[in-house]
Design a protein around this ligand. Structure first.
Ligand code: ATP
Ligand code: LTN
Length: 334
């Protein structure tokens, strides 16, 4: 069995990325002992929106280091950078030649992100992005793709494209399945808890927690998270989005159930103790991650891991690509 996933270096990593994506990769790595993992930094996807050159360079390295700092084991997982395996954009083009424009235009993420680019012109790659994402996945014959909620629609399209290609040219790709976490598939903004916690879309710094934020700052952000006036702790996303979001974060980081946490705080008459406890939990989780991150970021170890990941990814990707080109009739020699 194979698992594939990636994160775009479009901003500093948030607690949402950790809970919705990286923590799932780590859990799956520990649960599925026989599975193969390909986890990458989706740098080509980042330039669908404008990026600062220096910052992009730093963020690519940061994400790679964070994967390991958060618990991915480079001996179990192939970690690499997308743009170092040129078969990704090559298969991306083949996927563009498999997909229809209407399918791309229907994607929610495209419709949202497009609004921001209307003034200067909408990048073509913002529209064709799901074709490259499909390529990222199909290149490795992934069975499972762990992602947060917002990526499920792209996964559905990937399945459609794999099936279409298979029926046009003969069985070539495994049709993958999305895997979303039961708890924490969509961590919300701490200031506007009906919106997603996002590293690139939030207005206020208090709305999100960055994995590289100062620990005291992190605790303060939890303490000042927007809640309600009822002073009773229970899960109700519609009427208590703030508390429900904090309960989700608590459950995910402590690997416990929301019911157990609600029970633990059932006699509280204010949110203070709950928030204080959660501030400690989030603070200490991230502190551990940061310690390992700072060791890695200045070491040669990280480059060695990424070189090794690239070799393995290239090997699999090249072999697959030969098969794909052959199926279409694009190789001079078989
Ligand atoms: P942006 O917010 O800039 O659009 P993003 O964080 O959604 O970016 P990525 O960085 O590529 O995009 O996301 C990496 C992974 O993290 C994806 O699987 C995504 O679903 C997940 N993710 C992102 N934000 C959250 C969140 N608030 N809650 C849960 N999962 C999230
Ligand atoms: N589109 C995703 C990042 C991403 C991805 C992938 C995730 C790019 N390629 C392949 C899973 C598999 C995002 O915006 N979060």
């Amino acid at each position: 069995m194979r698992l594939v996933s990636g994160i775009k270096p479009t901003g500093d990593l948030t607690l949402g990325n950790y809970i919705g994506a990286i923590k799932q990769f780590v859990n799956l790595q520990n649960e599925l002992k026989d599975a193969e993992f390909f986890i990458f930094v989706a740098d080509l996807h980042a330039i669908t929106t404008p990026q600062d050159k220096q910052q992009l360079k730093k963020r690519v390295r940061d994400i790679a280091a964070m994967y390991i700092a958060c618990g991915l084991d480079p001996n179990r997982v192939n970690l690499f950078i997308q743009s170092e395996v040129l078969e990704h954009p090559l298969l991306g083009y083949i996927m563009e030649s498999t997909a229809y424009i209407g399918e791309m235009e229907r994607m929610t993420q495209y419709k949202e992100k497009k609004q921001k680019q209307l003034k200067d012109g909408v990048r073509t790659s913002l529209l064709t992005y799901p074709a490259l994402m499909a390529a990222d996945i199909l290149l490795y014959d992934a069975d499972i793709v762990p992602v947060g909620d917002d990526q499920v629609q792209h996964l559905e399209l990937t399945r459609t494209l794999a099936e279409r290609f298979n029926s046009l040219y003969g069985e070539t790709f495994v049709v993958p399945k999305a895997y979303t976490p039961k708890v924490g598939a969509r961590i919300k903004s701490l200031q506007e808890p009906t919106k997603k916690m996002s590293k690139s879309e939030s207005e206020s710094e208090k709305a999100y927690i960055l994995l590289l934020d100062n620990i005291n700052q992190i605790k303060n952000k939890i303490r000042s998270a927007v809640t309600d006036n009822e002073a009773k702790i229970y899960f109700d996303e519609k009427n208590k989005p703030g508390i429900s979001n904090l309960l989700t974060i608590y459950a995910s980081l402590t690997d416990s159930s929301i019911e157990d946490i609600v029970k633990k705080y059932e006699n509280e008459t204010s949110y203070q103790k709950f928030k204080e406890d959660l501030a400690e939990i989030v603070g200490s989780t991230i502190e551990k991650i940061q310690t390992r991150y700072y060791e890695l970021i200045k070491s040669n170890e990280l480059d060695e891991i990424l070189n090794q990941g690239r070799e393995k990814a290239q090997f699999i990707a090249k072999r697959k690509m030969t098969k794909v080109l052959n199926r279409i009739g694009l190789l001079r020699q078989k």
